[in-house]
Design a protein. Structure first.
Length: 237
């Protein structure tokens, strides 16, 4: 659902289907395209909220002019956006092997979400890799799932995942482990062992590359002005 408002030379567009953490390259390209247009004073993108706000120098700028400018910038950004999952589909026996490998990795992903110590994300990314090269339909279904889809899109876009995705994985793991330990009435020794394994798993999850964080831990604002174009990195990831 797209929500658009325009008032006093400021255009606000909200669309989570287009502006989200899984499409950072589109956000980058959109900001760059907007910076080349005449009359724009500033543009901001918030991927957490799925919004883009564009301000013109002239507050009397018409809504029609603003809409045409934004659509032009968005079209240019989409043409520059890398296509995810555009790899060639393998054929014959190799395709069957890739489908089997993708299915096996997906099963291990589910197992990893239930059993502490079994890595979830590596198997998930491996299943995405094999499905992207053996079945576009299955791969599209995988990235459309509410639990794992966002993680796959983020990784395919820029080989990192957001803080929100890390918290989602950690929360799912803790919830399942807590329920399992409680229902099984595990002994203190078993609980201790499980605690150590879960702690190690959480450490591995949060050590993965994170969207919006540079190697030195510094974050960059997504603010863009016509005088100062800054490389876009989503904040608050």
């Amino acid at each position: 659902m797209t929500h658009v408002t325009f008032d006093d030379g400021q255009l606000s567009v909200c669309d989570h289907r287009v502006l989200h953490h899984g499409r950072p390259h589109l956000a980058t390209a959109l900001l760059q395209s907007l910076s080349t247009l005449d009359g724009i004073a500033a543009a901001d993108i918030d991927l957490d909220r799925g919004t883009c706000v564009v301000r013109w120098h002239d507050p009397t700028t018409s809504a029609d002019h603003a809409a045409v400018a934004f659509v032009e910038a968005l079209s240019s950004a989409r043409s520059a956006e890398p296509t995810v999952g555009d790899q060639s589909i393998v054929c014959g026996l190799r395709r069957l092997l890739f489908l089997a490998a993708g299915g096996g990795c997906l099963v291990m992903t589910v197992v990893g979400a239930v059993l502490p110590g079994v890595p979830t994300v590596p198997f998930l990314l491996a299943s995405s890799y094999y499905f992207a090269r053996s079945s576009r339909r299955i791969h599209a279904g995988l990235i459309a799932t509410p639990v794992f889809g966002g993680i796959v899109r983020e990784w395919e876009a820029h080989h990192a995942i957001s803080r929100a995705s890390k918290l989602k994985i950690a929360g799912l793991t803790l919830a399942v482990v807590t329920a399992t330990v409680t229902l099984s009435r595990a002994t203190p020794v078993v609980v201790g062992i499980v605690g150590i394994v879960v702690t190690t798993t959480m450490y591995g999850i949060f050590k993965m590359p994170e969207i919006g964080r540079l190697s030195g831990g510094r974050r960059i604002s997504s603010r863009l002005t016509s005088q100062n174009l800054i490389d876009f990195v989503p904040c608050g990831a």
